[in-house]
Ligand binder design. Structure first.
Ligand code: TXA
Ligand code: MG
Length: 311
């Protein structure tokens, strides 16, 4: 398959009539298809080599589109949508019959999110339908924060890439199950638990239900992994020899690493991590040392991704 590269959201949207298209959002790049096109949705799973039991998030351009996707908007969802849409939050609601089972991996719920990135909004508006999209990487690889990362993983496997800027946040959306009482975070992300609780104080932070079952299938799969071995460095850990390794963190290491990134703050760390993993892989680096951060604010999502990458 030939993959068309374009900077035109209208042109990219034309490919959504039949096929699958990668597009930027404020979090990471997504790989989209019309929520009503079962054949195209199947192609997403094939192109990414994604396990069929992992549901997709529906991306919308207007609040009205929620009615095409969900049967009921719970009270907590309404409050969260009011404050955080458009933005890096996904709310999980009971799905409407019109949504095909392939989109939600057979679940009776659907994740819905309205990106705030301008190019994403223009693209979704031009599509005219909700667009289901996972992150636009090969399954298990670091999420793509540039169109070049999408190209690296998926050129020749998808119909089109809408070329935008590197993503602003670099970490995926927060997924909140609003069908649960009280609602709970299924995946920590760009909207912090502190932010969420300022709107719905009862929100649970653990992605398990009353019987201890993990509610978000995606959390069970191997994730975010560079080919290199990721090693977490805590405050008091002895500094390893970094000569031939990668290092990323907030503090400057005492010796020079082969590839080194010292970030100004946790936001920059979160924004850079996936791209840094990919750069290390390109250099054939075997070990990537990542300084741990405090699990507040976006630090909770960053530590979640670092831990999974280090597994
Ligand atoms: O920021 C993001 O969320 C990006 C951009 C493209 O929007 N998308 C993204 O999608 O990260 P993906 O497919 O890589 O991760 C979606 C996560 C998975 O962990 C999946 O299991 C969970 O959301 N999820 C989706 N629908 C769900 C549902 N109905 N119930 C529970 N978890 C769901
Ligand atoms: Mg993903």
């Amino acid at each position: 398959m030939r993959t068309t590269l374009t900077t035109s959201p209208a042109k990219a949207a034309e490919f959504v009539r039949r096929g699958i298209v990668a597009f930027p959002t404020e979090t990471v790049y997504g790989l989209g298809a019309s929520v009503f096109n079962e054949a195209a949705i199947a192609k997403i799973f094939e192109a990414k080599k994604r396990p069929a039991d992992n549901p997709l998030i529906a991306h919308i351009a207007s609040l009205e589109q929620i009615e095409e996707l969900a049967t009921e908007i719970t009270e907590s969802a309404e409050r969260l949508i009011d404050v955080f849409f458009p933005g890096p939050l996904t709310v999980v609601l009971k799905k409407s019959e019109r949504v095909p089972d392939v989109a939600t991996a057979g679940l009776d719920t659907i994740g819905i999110r309205m990106p705030r990135n301008e190019l994403a909004q223009e693209f979704l508006k031009a599509c005219g339908v909700p667009v289901v999209a996972p992150s636009a990487n090969l399954s298990g690889r670091p999420s793509p924060t540039t169109w070049q990362a999408v190209y690296e993983d998926l050129n020749g496997r998808i119909d089109c890439i809408l070329q935008g800027e590197p993503t602003e946040i670099g970490m995926e959306s927060t997924v909140v199950d609003c069908t649960a009482v009280p609602p709970r975070v299924l995946r920590p992300g760009a909207v912090t638990i502190e932010d969420l609780r300022s709107v719905v104080p009862s929100i649970g932070a653990e992605p398990v239900d009353d019987v201890g079952e993990v509610r978000s299938p995606g959390m069970l799969h191997r994730h975010y992994s560079p080919r290199a071995q990721v090693v977490l460095l805590k405050q008091d850990d002895a500094m390893p020899d970094l000569k031939s390794s990668g290092y990323i963190g907030l503090s400057k290491p005492p010796m020079t690493a082969r590839l080194e990134k010292v970030c100004m703050d946790v936001d920059e760390y979160a924004r850079s991590i996936f791209q840094f993993f990919r750069e290390c892989d390109r250099l054939g680096i075997h070990y990537i040392y990542c300084e741990t951060v405090s699990e507040t604010g976006i630090g909770a999502a960053l530590m979640d991704r670092l831990r999974r990458a280090a597994e």
